[in-house]
Design a protein around this ligand. Structure first.
Ligand SMILES: [Zn+2]
Length: 476
């Protein structure tokens, strides 16, 4: 990017809401289902079919708005956005035009060592279109996605770099996902973003002509498209050319953007109030109840765990992968004397945490970290036990006894073991006495192998040292 220009970016993010049924009919919302198995006269736009608004979609849109500090409109309405496209059998999309359900929010992102507030202009409710499947014999239409509820979140042109865009999308995705409002999977299209980008001479406050970059389906592609577009626009201006508003696509193969069409103006869509649906009317009490149902934000949780338990950022991030994981940790951490050990133990397998519901009770998780903290078991055994509990929840104390997994601290057991190992490894013993302190590690390693990791390392080390330091004196 030329240092003579500044980049100005605004984002439009579409997020599919994780409701059980579609926005205006009772067809199921299910990604990856057999094509055209979840559709009906309403979502395929048959004449005479009447839409009924899904209350859950309204609730989820409002909750998303609350997570972004938006004002919730107690009265908003739905409008028809008219356009013809093969994946839109109705030839119009039900959306919200001049009275969106949420307005005026913000999200604070990390930026340049500090934080930066990205202003959100509006959040509105709309429906998704179908999906075109291009194949060798032609193009097929899958209507399963027609009418899936979406929210569109429009920011002010507050971003100045691809890094800020990525930081915003990551935070947005984390909050929406944590609250259970969407899966936010970019690869499945449940989170999609359009980037509006223009450049202007440094020091200028006027906005340049913007290009809308469509269908960026990963953070990496968004960053690449931004970098390419910055260069392209700078080259046009440097050559004395003029930019015009346009919609551009991104070629994942070449990393370049390409022209698709001149940008439509809002009047091309001929918006008018949706005649088949009444306005959305909410009460203050309803909004307050939804606000009370929202979870504590993941960043707030992480900060509290750091301050109270000393849990580091990486570990805390693994624990906030889902609300279920975070809540399971919260409940168990309150019951154990070793919450930090519990955090590390749970975070060691992030994929398992991300699966969804945590199948182990808080009491058993707490008991497991107590066993580890009390040094009844070692960390390897704790991991094995956790895997066992995940398969079948049970009391880890009983499991330790039943499976003989407890740590061996009994000197009467360990003493003969260390003598045996020393007798079998005269070389290591001689090395140690000759000053190679690392030889002790190999002796300890043998003790661990012979006891399947159950020998208490402190006691075992002490016993080895006693023998190693005692024996040479006998020889003198
Ligand atoms: Zn339907």
């Amino acid at each position: 990017m030329s240092t003579r220009y500044e980049t100005v970016i605004g984002l439009e993010t579409h997020i599919e809401l994780k409701t059980e049924t579609k926005a205006f009919c009772s067809c199921a919302v299910e990604f990856g289902a057999e094509p055209n198995t979840h559709c009906c006269p309403v979502c395929t736009g048959m004449p005479g079919a009447l839409p009924v608004l899904n209350a859950k979609a309204v609730e989820f849109a409002v909750k998303a708005g609350l997570l972004l500090h938006c004002r919730v409109s107690l009265r908003s309405k739905l409008d028809r956005k008219n356009y013809y496209y093969p994946d839109l059998p109705k030839a119009y999309q039900i959306s919200q035009y001049d009275q969106p359900i949420c307005t005026g929010g913000w999200l604070e992102i990390p930026s340049g060592g500090g934080t930066k507030r990205i202003r959100i202009e509006r959040l509105h409710l709309e429906e998704d279109a179908g999906k075109l499947i291009h194949g060798e014999g032609g193009t097929l239409l899958d209507c399963n996605r027609c009418g899936v509820p979406l929210i569109e979140i429009v920011t002010m042109p507050d971003f100045r770099s691809a890094e800020e865009v990525t930081a915003y999308l990551q935070l947005l995705r984390e909050r929406i996902r944590f609250a259970g409002l969407s899966d936010c999977r970019m690869n499945e299209g449940s989170l999609r973003c359009d980037v509006n980008l223009s450049i202007r001479p440094l020091g200028s406050h006027a906005l340049g002509e913007r290009a809308e970059l469509k269908n960026l389906n990963s953070f990496q592609f968004a960053a690449k498209a931004i970098a390419y577009e910055e260069r392209r626009q700078a080259a046009v201006l440097d050559a004395g050319g003029a930019l015009f508003p346009e919609t551009r696509g991104f070629d994942e193969g070449t990393g370049e953007t390409f022209p698709m069409r001149r940008k439509e103006s809002q009047s091309d869509y001929r918006f008018f109030p949706e005649p088949d649906l009444p306005p959305i009317v909410l009460t203050q009490e309803q909004v307050a109840r939804w606000a009370s149902e929202l979870p504590e934000l993941p960043d707030v949780l992480r900060e509290r765990w750091r301050a109270t338990y000393g849990v580091n950022r990486e570990t805390a991030e693994a624990l906030t992968v889902t609300r279920a994981a975070a809540e399971a940790f919260e409940r168990a951490a309150a019951l154990t004397r070793f919450p930090k050990l519990l955090a590390t133990l749970l975070a060691a397998d992030p994929a398992r945490l991300a699966e969804g519901e945590i199948p182990v009770s808080a009491e058993h998780l707490a008991a497991l970290s107590d066993l580890l903290g009390e040094k009844t078991i070692g960390s390897g055994t704790a991991k094995e036990l956790l895997a066992l509990l995940w398969k079948e929840d049970q009391d880890p104390r009983e499991a330790v006894g039943r499976l003989g997994l407890g740590k061996i601290t009994d000197r009467a057991v360990l003493e003969p073991l260390t003598r045996e190992i020393l007798a079998d490894s005269p070389r290591a013993a001689a090395d140690y006495r000759a000053g190679k302190k690392a030889a002790l590690q190999s002796l300890l390693g043998q003790a661990m192998r012979r006891t399947q990791g159950r020998a208490d390392p402190d006691v075992t080390r002490e016993l080895f040292l006693a023998s190693l330091q005692a024996e040479p004196r006998k020889e003198e």
